[in-house]
Design a binder for this molecule. Sequence first.
Ligand code: FES
Ligand code: FES
Length: 173
Amino acid sequence: MKTTLTINGEPREIEAEARVTLLDALRHEIGLTGTKKGCDHGQCGACTVIVDGRRINSCLTLLCTQEGAEVVTVEGLGEPGRLSALQEAFLAQDGFQCGYCTPGQICSATAMIEEAAKGWPSWVSESLEGEAVLSREEISERMSGNLCRCACYPNIVDAIAKVAEARMAEAAE
Ligand code: FES
Ligand code: FES
């Protein structure tokens, strides 16, 4: 089957069997190996990519269902010399050890911060001044689909909190 979609801003046409997942297509057909395969069962979040602005598990998504989709992988968020704010923050806060979960964490957090900035779901906390904020607890809850076997969770939350604070303040302006 042929699927036409956009990956990191580039139009792509991929010929693959109907059973091929978006994860396998990214890694094996396109050569974007930043997206990782952990469990291949929707349980670890290592394969998280952003599709049409929403984070999804690419291991649970068939390529052929993504006709016309706009896919962003960790490679599309930034590259050496031009890292995204979250990629910089993960480096600055030591948000990883082995790094296997990191692309998924960063894709997930990138979309999660935008979800929160738009006010959904509606349980974004409020500061004493009534401004929308993302607390550490809320970040952990919203990121609970992304597991880290190295247990870098405190540093991952530090990195996300730093970027989320700036983005939420911007959204409030
Ligand atoms: Fe997709 Fe684990 S590889 S959730
Ligand atoms: Fe090793 Fe998260 S840094 S799994």
